[in-house]
Design a protein around this ligand. Structure first.
Ligand SMILES: [Zn+2]
Length: 439
């Protein structure tokens, strides 16, 4: 039988079923799809591949999925640090955005962030930022998978005058990317404290009609919850529930400060959580009770958040932080085990992007979104348990190869068809402009 690619890694980690590590196995890819996984000796006789790769030092696994980020904000990496959320937003990020954000800014920021993510083994991301069409176009051009949420807020910006105008832009862009194989656009109401009931209700109505996804920041801090109770008489999650937002098509980033009733609500509505531990830690926002949520059966994924509050887009790093933090928050060293963390970073992310039937695990019939990690560096030897290595001992520089929809995007640690010199020059140019503009 013909196939395009046959890979024989040292370890094959399909993620579904959780915790399984296959040895002496191979994977066959035809066009964009995985067509077989089985004993290497069998697949070798079964297939005549165009390309046959032996990876005796590497683990092969599904690509990492970044379930919450703002990729264009990579151009604001390190612009303002060591500040709480509202001061960081109101005194630094929002003024800089008002001055500099344009389609050109977004295109350059997205290129920088996609190059960083590809190089670090991320094969799909959920974004929320202005000019979501530019995010989607740039991702498609670079062969990256993306769900770009177009932001919705009540206050006017250069991008739109009011909530209805933001909603119209998001809806129109969502329809124009419908059926694209790699990218889509959907609704990104920024947060309960920046979006009115009327705007949320309209989003719920349109998203329901067209089966579109909705992304928002929810329960990021205790202050947000406290102010919601003062203004609306209910906590933010309850308010969103009353407005009909919570469903399997809804992903909430952050979700700190949760009661047991709220955890039960998350589970019963089938909504998704994009847990962003490093951003929450850096902005001192609070702790998402990941282990409690996991035990209750909540749908969980990880996000890096934007590089302006992290300050990198490193999902391997995020996974390690999350696994360690979950143990500290739960007071239990067995909380969020390595296989559970790996599931959240892959199949959990795929679910949060509405793409679990296509990506998130290595299974026959799914898209060939795969990454290979080297385990032959000093800091990764010896190897007893490959999954624990990926979560606790690996660095993203050990990502050697990346495929998205069967197309190789990283080979031996080098990005393919990416103009690194231009991306770096653009990042420096914007850095200089913002630095001078901020003076
Ligand atoms: Zn965010």
């Amino acid at each position: 039988m013909h196939c395009d690619l046959l890979i024989e890694p040292r370890w094959l980690i399909p993620v579904v079923p959780e915790g399984v590590v296959l040895e002496d196995h191979a994977i066959a890819v035809l066009a964009d799809q995985i067509v077989a996984i089985g004993p290497a000796a069998t697949l070798r006789t079964q297939f005549q591949p165009k390309q046959h790769l032996r990876m005796p030092e590497q683990a092969l696994m599904p690509g990492l999925i970044n379930a919450h980020t703002h990729v264009a904000m990579s151009l604001m990496r390190g612009l303002a640090d060591d500040l709480p959320l509202m001061q960081w937003l109101q005194d630094h990020i929002w003024p800089a955005e008002a001055k500099f954000v344009s389609a050109e800014f977004v295109a350059d920021g997205v290129e920088l962030a996609i190059a960083e993510q590809l190089r670090g083994g991320i094969t799909a991301f959920a974004d929320m930022y202005y000019h979501a069409d530019v995010v989607a176009h740039t991702a498609a051009r670079m062969g990256m998978r993306a769900v770009a949420a177009s932001p919705i807020i009540e206050f006017p910006t250069a991008f739109a005058a009011n909530a209805n105008a933001y909603i119209d832009i998001a809806h129109q862009q969502a329809l124009s990317f419908k059926d694209h194989p790699l990218v889509s656009v959907c609704f990104g109401p920024h947060a309960p404290y920046t979006v009115s009931d009327a705007a949320f209700s309209r989003i719920v109505r349109i998203a329901g009609d067209d089966q579109l996804r909705i992304y928002s920041h929810v329960h990021e801090t205790e202050t947000e919850v406290f102010e919601s109770v003062q203004q609306y008489g209910v906590r933010p999650l309850q308010r969103l529930h009353k407005l009909g937002l919570l469903s399997p098509r809804f992903t909430a980033a952050h979700m700190t400060t949760l009661t047991d009733e709220e955890i039960a609500l998350v589970v019963s509505t089938g909504m998704h959580i994009a847990h962003c531990p490093e951003s929450n830690l850096k902005l001192a926002s609070g702790f998402c009770p990941v282990e409690k949520l996991r035990r209750a059966g909540a749908a969980l994924a990880f996000g890096t958040d934007g590089a302006a509050s992290n300050n990198d887009l490193d999902m391997l790093g995020e996974m390690k932080t999350a696994a360690l933090l979950a143990k500290a928050v739960a007071g239990d060293a067995s909380a969020l085990s390595a296989p559970q963390a790996l599931s959240m970073a892959t199949i959990g992310g795929a679910r949060a992007l509405g793409l679990a039937d296509k990506i998130g695990s290595l299974e026959v019939g799914k898209q060939a979104d795969m990454i290979a990690l080297r385990f032959d560096e000093l800091d990764a030897l010896p190897v007893y348990h490959p999954i624990s290595h990926i979560v606790y001992a690996n660095h993203r520089r050990q990502v050697s190869d990346v495929w998205i929809a069967g197309v190789r995007r990283v080979q031996n640690g080098e990005l393919i068809d990416v103009d690194m010199a231009r991306i770096k020059a653009n990042a420096l140019m914007w850095g200089e402009r913002i630095r001078l503009g901020a003076l």
